[in-house]
Ligand binder design. Structure first.
Ligand code: ARG
Ligand code: ASP
Length: 708
């Protein structure tokens, strides 16, 4: 009886403890979070999560490629990440005849795995607080950083070290990494599963996407990182995750362990206004145009669809996030909440003259600098959106111009020059439809000029005037002249540099690219950097001030990519009046969304049959349904894709891949009421691998618990 009472109260405490905002640094968990995590239900210790010497969960989590998370799920280096994280690789093995994006791919054994040059899996082996050494006044911060890094590099041979500022430079942490370079594709479901709902459902709950893919990390014979070689063997990780197929339930403790890229929780209200009222709308508008052009072309041609699949998804992803962010900030009164905080900050300072003299000015100064930054930030955004992301030819020509300048100044010889630009051009042509690019130039330049008004670079104004603002004609000329057609599209590496450069300088695209670039590098970038420097200094002071003025608050550093832990619980949410979201989705919803022949919601026949037969076996939930996705209140951001969602025992229950639309403003202003991260249920992953993939050997090599 007594025992039950204790258990009951414990449960009650676990239930009523509110979920927690924040992405926490693994090495400080014991100090800052351990008690709370235990009270919320966690049964492992913080040493099980991160321990320098002992194999711990940190040894099972990797940076996948440049910007995602992945995790080890077998003793043979099997790596789980998102379909959208491995998308570029899956696409690179695809062609119209053998379209792995559409069909999916499953290696029947190791010999069928596909290599991916350039792809890496990075383990974090060490994190240490080196603030005192870095901020030691004897030398500059930069000198200290260099010295500390060198010291670690000699001590731990073979690891790569990086020192990162936390809390805007109020704290420094060194990170020791081990980078594996032979990572092979093992399996991916068809896009109809891995990207089900595509861009319509992206950033949305309820979700029915099986956003996962599997790779394998290979090592040299000694189990250390090695370049790709047929002789490499599957890497044996220090730790791999156990998978819990026993299922998740509402209210369960859940944590996400991964690599959140960047957040800006400590901006002044003023800057949040600029972001949501100026920068986001302008970037959204440019992408509206690009995306609608591309959408039409991709629907009309399979070839264009395959070539542009990854590019389209990338452009659409941020575009949609910014839209959600704007709505979220507005509806959650994010700016007002920041203003309230600033008011309280100032109010408390007023009663303490000493602190007031240190921090009292800082919000006003920040506001001043952020206001001065606006014109430069706007031109910079447009430069990135138009000259670098929007029109691919302009980006390539910009790179060619840079190479040309180094050639003309004698820094590189003709052979090196032709080789360099040959590489650039090859990468442009790889997945390229020149007609689409021409259309992009024709449609976004008028917008650029209209919106930037007098901030438009003079040379662009001149081009515009001398062509009566007819950008369709300008683009037509640019994409059909001798330079573009003969020298660029038909590049000959053994040709003469002089001839190439002569044609280049006569082309319209060169004029545009050079005008945008010079305006940016000569005028915008120096001012932007100067102001950003001042801002960084003041953000550092503001951050320190917040910590002093609100001693009762527990602060977490903004995301900056190194390993973080977010914890919370599995729970639904009610973002707006009369709408309440359930925490779990099932197979039922996949069929509800099914639209035969549609490019986002079609389903392959074999998969459809499996769903219709309801053969869910040991993967079904209590109601006999196949669990697909679930949400929880874990604070995550871009980079957390592919992160493991772990239960109270540290077992894998899901795979993080997205956030719900209503809460995408979490990067600027987290709100526990409406911010939810979205995960694929581990059972759905296993079911797809087993039934559709037919690669049971993969399940056999995993440690799965929870089947009853
Ligand atoms: N929104 C998720 C993240 O930010 C998933 C993106 C990939 N999916 C897509 N349909 N574009 O990365
Ligand atoms: N989808 C994101 C990623 O790729 C995750 C997020 O922004 O929530 O990292």
């Amino acid at each position: 009886m007594r025992k039950t009472i204790i258990v009951f109260t414990l449960l009650l405490v676990a239930r009523i403890l509110p979920a927690v905002e924040g992405m926490w640094v693994p090495i400080f968990l014991e100090k800052l979070n351990a008690d709370e995590m235990k009270a919320m239900g966690m049964r492992i210790t913080t040493d099980d999560i991160y321990h320098f010497e002992k194999a711990s969960l940190k040894d099972a989590v990797v940076i996948f490629g440049g910007g995602c998370t992945g995790e080890m799920i077998s003793s043979k280096g099997l790596l789980l990440t998102n379909h959208h994280c491995g998308y570029g690789q899956i696409q690179s093995h695809s062609s119209v005849e053998n379209d792995l994006l559409t069909k999916g791919f499953w290696a029947k054994d190791a010999s069928e795995e596909l290599k991916n040059p350039g792809l890496t899996a990075t383990f974090i082996r060490l994190m240490e607080d080196v603030t005192d050494a870095v901020l030691d006044g004897e030398a500059t911060t930069a000198e200290n950083i260099k010295a500390v890094k060198e010291q670690y590099e000699t001590q731990y041979e073979g690891w790569t070290f990086e020192i990162k500022p936390f809390f805007y430079g109020n704290q420094y942490i060194i990170i020791g990494k081990e980078i594996f370079k032979d990572v092979r594709l093992v399996g991916a479901p068809p896009s109809a599963i891995g990207k089900y709902g595509s861009d319509t459902d992206n950033w949305m709950w309820p979700r029915h996407t099986g956003d996962f893919a599997m790779f394998r990390v290979y090592a040299g014979a000694d189990n250390s990182p090695a370049d790709y070689s047929e002789d490499n063997v599957p890497y044996q990780p220090k730790k791999h995750l156990t998978i819990n197929a026993g299922g998740v339930n509402e209210g369960d403790f859940a944590m996400v362990f991964g690599f959140p890229g960047s957040t800006q929780q400590y901006l002044p209200a003023r800057e949040v206004e600029y972001i949501t009222e100026v920068y986001n709308p302008e970037r959204i508008e440019v992408r509206d145009v690009l995306l609608s052009n591309l959408d039409q072309r991709m629907r009309a041609s399979d070839e264009v669809r395959i070539k542009y699949a990854a590019k389209y998804a990338r452009i659409a992803n941020a575009w949609k996030k910014w839209r959600g962010e704007n709505i979220g900030i507005r509806e959650s009164k994010g700016v007002q909440r920041k203003k309230d905080l600033e008011f309280e900050f100032r109010r408390r300072l007023l009663s303490n003259p000493e602190l007031n003299s240190t921090y009292g000015y800082v919000i006003d100064s920040l506001n001043h600098y952020y206001a001065s930054l606006v014109p430069y930030a706007r031109v910079r955004n447009y430069y990135i959106e138009v000259g670098i992301q929007g029109v691919e030819a302009l980006r390539t020509i910009r790179e060619i111009i840079i190479a040309t300048r180094t050639f003309e100044s004698g820094e590189i010889d003709e052979e090196a020059f032709m080789m360099q630009i040959g590489k650039r051009i090859a990468s442009l042509k790889k997945d390229y439809a020149a007609e689409a690019d021409q259309e992009a130039l024709a449609t976004i330049m008028p917008l650029y000029i209209k919106r930037l008004g007098e901030l438009t670079p003079q040379r662009i104004v001149d081009i515009d005037r001398s062509n009566n603002g007819d950008w369709a004609a300008i683009a037509e000329k640019g994409f059909n002249d001798k330079f573009f057609q003969n020298h660029l599209m038909d590049f000959d590496e053994s040709g003469k540099a002089k001839k190439f450069i002569k044609a280049l300088k006569k082309s319209v695209l060169f004029d545009i690219a050079e005008a945008l670039m010079d305006n940016y590098t000569d005028i915008v970038a120096p001012n932007f950097a100067r102001l950003q420097n001042a801002i960084n200094k003041h953000q550092k002071t503001y951050m320190a001030g917040l910590m002093v003025v609100f001693p009762e608050k527990r602060f977490y550093p903004d995301a900056n990519f190194p390993l973080r832990v977010s914890y919370g619980k599995v729970e639904g949410f009610a973002p707006v009046d009369a709408v309440e979201y359930h925490w779990q989705t099932t197979d039922t919803g996949i069929l509800e969304k099914y639209i035969p022949g549609d490019y986002e919601f079609d389903l392959p026949e074999d998969f459809l049959a499996l769903l219709e037969n309801e053969e869910f076996g040991r993967y079904a939930n209590e109601s006999g349904r196949l669990p697909v996705c679930f949400i929880s209140s874990n604070h995550t951001t871009g980079g957390n894709s592919g992160s493991p969602a772990l239960d109270a025992d540290g077992y894998l229950i899901g795979l993080n891949f997205d956030r719900a639309w209503e809460g995408t403003m979490s990067d600027l202003n987290y709100d526990i009421e409406r911010c939810r991260n979205i995960m694929v249920d581990a059972r759905y992953i296993l079911w797809v691998v087993e039934t559709l993939g037919g690669v049971g050997y993969l399940i056999d090599e995993m440690d799965v618990v929870g089947f009853d």
